[in-house]
Write a protein that binds this ligand. Structure first.
Ligand code: FEO
Length: 403
């Protein structure tokens, strides 16, 4: 790859990471992910903003691009760490070995993490909220944006060009040939929007309150370009990704999309036997339905659809007196991700004894679900069970439609 020119003296040095590993060791990235670092060259000094993990050749790719910008060994003055998660810092040791004189600038909360993760203490300095570092004709201003995505996270702004380096914020999964939002074709743009939602639901949703605070805090800046460390650079429509993140963050409190996510498991088909009645009840009110079978569908994709939907239906049988185990995993992920307040139904079969409902009720309370009831039955569902399921689903869908 070649560096991408963003503005005079401002470049992206990026790596496209393939699909072999899980992101954070948990989330599938079938279409990969971008690791974006950035260079800002002033007349006096030069800074590298955010690093990479040596993942799928990323470090060599970034070093080659730095060389092509005339930033070979020893030619950096500052290394800016907006965020300490190792997808952006795991190669810190190799990078410092190449640029041993560069001063590392990070938030105060990041300093102990640098020591603990990488045993690095020399040439490290904490910067404060609003502090400015002059590179000569270019300035870097640091803004603390805690919990987008870790407590230590900050963003870096170049006032002269209106460029905001936002690290995880405004990022996305996916690898893209194009660097910029305005270079994407319609299919690529649809893919980016979808992967932005999945990325947000997977790694950012828990911190939605902080996203809203961060967006408010940055509202006074003249932002011409948003340069995140995952995804594309927004130079023509930075407002679009800010609006998209605002909408995704708003799903925590609601209102959400007038859609219903049905997350279901079945062992021998007896829970599945009620599924169509639920679907028919919801569709009779004209609402879109996302049907997600577990464990066949990874939690990453389940969470994406549940996060955006006002309605939630959980279908699962009792298994050894408790919930079907893969659904316990899904509900644990949903609770951790602050999925709250959805209008919710549950259905499921049991054999000689129930037990799933009792365990599920704990999640209903913990997730503050607006619980509309359950259709639970021994063995296979009767026509009366199916009628009840249809009626409850329809009533819930109508309530959502009228919000
Ligand atoms: Fe891309 Fe929170 O790291």
């Amino acid at each position: 790859m070649k560096p991408d020119y963003i503005a005079n003296g401002v470049y992206r040095v990026a790596a496209k990471v393939g699909s072999r590993d899980l992101f954070e060791g948990i989330w599938p990235i079938p279409d990969g992910v971008m690791l974006n670092s950035y260079v800002v060259k002033g007349t006096e000094k030069r800074a590298l903003i955010d690093l990479v993990k040596d993942w799928d050749g990323a470090l060599d790719t970034v070093f080659a691009q730095l060389d092509s910008l005339g930033l070979g060994a020893g030619c950096l003055d500052y290394i800016i760490i907006n965020h300490m998660e190792p997808d952006h810092t795991a190669a810190m040791g190799q990078i410092i070995a190449r640029y041993p004189e560069a001063e590392i600038l990070a938030s105060e909360k990041a300093i102990p993490l640098i020591k603990n993760f990488y045993k690095i203490e020399k040439n490290v300095r904490a910067v404060k909220d609003g502090e400015v570092v002059d590179l000569g004709g270019k300035t870097l201003t640091f803004f603390m944006t805690p919990n987008i995505h870790w407590p230590e996270t900050m963003m870096t702004y170049v006032k002269e060009d209106g460029v905001l380096f936002s690290c995880d914020g405004f990022g996305s999964y996916g690898r893209y040939e194009s660097c910029f939002d305005d270079e994407l074709g319609a299919n690529e743009r649809a893919h980016l929007d979808s992967e932005t939602e999945r990325y947000y639901a997977n790694i950012v949703s828990s911190f939605s309150t902080f996203v809203q605070r961060g967006i408010s805090k940055l509202a006074t800046l003249e932002i011409k370009v948003i340069a995140p460390s995952h995804g594309v650079v927004w130079r023509t429509n930075p407002g679009q990704i800010i609006d998209h993140y605002s909408r995704l963050a708003s799903y925590m409190q609601g209102p959400r999309e007038k859609e219903v996510a049905i997350v279901w498991s079945s062992m021998y088909g007896n829970t599945e036997a009620l599924l169509q009645s639920i679907v028919d009840g919801i569709e009779s009110e004209g609402l879109p339905v996302h049907i997600l079978q577990v464990p066949q569908t990874h939690a990453s994709f389940v969470l994406e659809k549940v996060w955006r939907s006002e309605g939630l239906v959980i279908g699962m049988p009792t298994y050894e007196y408790k919930m079907f185990p893969p659904m316990y995993h899904i509900l644990d992920i949903l609770e951790r991700s602050h999925v709250q307040g959805r209008k919710t139904l549950r259905f499921g079969s049991f054999g000689w004894s129930g037990g799933a409902q009792k365990q599920f009720d704990v999640f209903v309370d913990a997730m503050k679900l607006d619980y509309k009831g359950s259709i639970e039955y021994p063995g296979s569902p009767t026509p009366e069970d199916k009628k009840k399921a249809y009626d409850l689903a329809k009533a819930m869908a109508r309530e959502i439609k009228e919000l």
